[in-house]
Design a protein around this ligand. Sequence first.
Ligand code: CP
Ligand code: NVA
Length: 310
Amino acid sequence: MLRGRDLLSINDLSPEEVSLVLDTARVMKQRYYSGERVINVLPGRVIALIFEKPSTRTRVSMEVAALQLGATPLTFSRQELQLGRGEPVKDTARVLSRYVDAIAARVYSHRSLEEMAAYASVPVINMLSDEEHPLQALADALTIAEKKRDIKSVKIVYVGDARNNVAHSLLLVVAKLGGYIVMSSPRELRPSEKYWKIAEVTALETGATLEYVEDPREAVRGADVVYTDVWVSMGEEEKSEEKKKLLKNYQVNEDLMSLASNTAIFMHCLPAHRGEEVVEEVIEGKWSVVWDQAENRLHVQKAVLSLILS
Ligand code: CP
Ligand code: NVA
């Protein structure tokens, strides 16, 4: 179903395709734990990974995912390519398409991914843009399903900057899966209209419930999942002081977690800023599933690469 396709947004996937990715990721994970380190479904394939911004999890888990599928990853920072000296994205996309089987990119502007996809003749995968982080959201959905069984029967609350890449993709993935998500943020940092509308349209089809609640204490009441992300995303450094001021009441601390269900889990895509969006006691506490969440990036990306490329 996904063969040969781009993955720029969670909205590129139908609800059935989101479920297919998650089911395939479960198989990948199970086979990995039964000792099958290499599942040779992509022999001889080459995947270019381009990073305009730093990365730990995405870079390493994508490289390992490719290697464990028998493919070869080639990783570049923007500066290492002629892109860094002004070669147009559309030229880079067409040239790389003659050498590699897929291009994955982490970019400042979502538009450059769209341009890359328009010109590349191989699939283009979003490894984070200013608008979305689809691979993260798919791993998050897998983690919630593992920890809570059915994603449809839990209350997921995202607290903090609800207008960023991670928040948008989480909102869409929960909408695709017919779940219940509450976005809690200052009004200025509500999910963008564009993503809220896509989620609403999706919810009509899947029966998902979407809510916006400004007050984080009210939002978190009875939550099964409390999710947060950094207050200042990469590329927003000049807005740092303004955003920290806006978000100061949205810190996930023990007091806020005490309002959630007593079996609630805490999630964060990482990297985390202790003392800002989350405190040490929560990220290191009984609620935290952040390491399992980070691990699931690997299994989900193996699923995505194998479905798109095999
Ligand atoms: N969560 C995530 O994408 O982490 P990195 O920035 O380390 O890739
Ligand atoms: N919103 C964060 C996510 C990092 C994985 C950022 O864009 O910096």
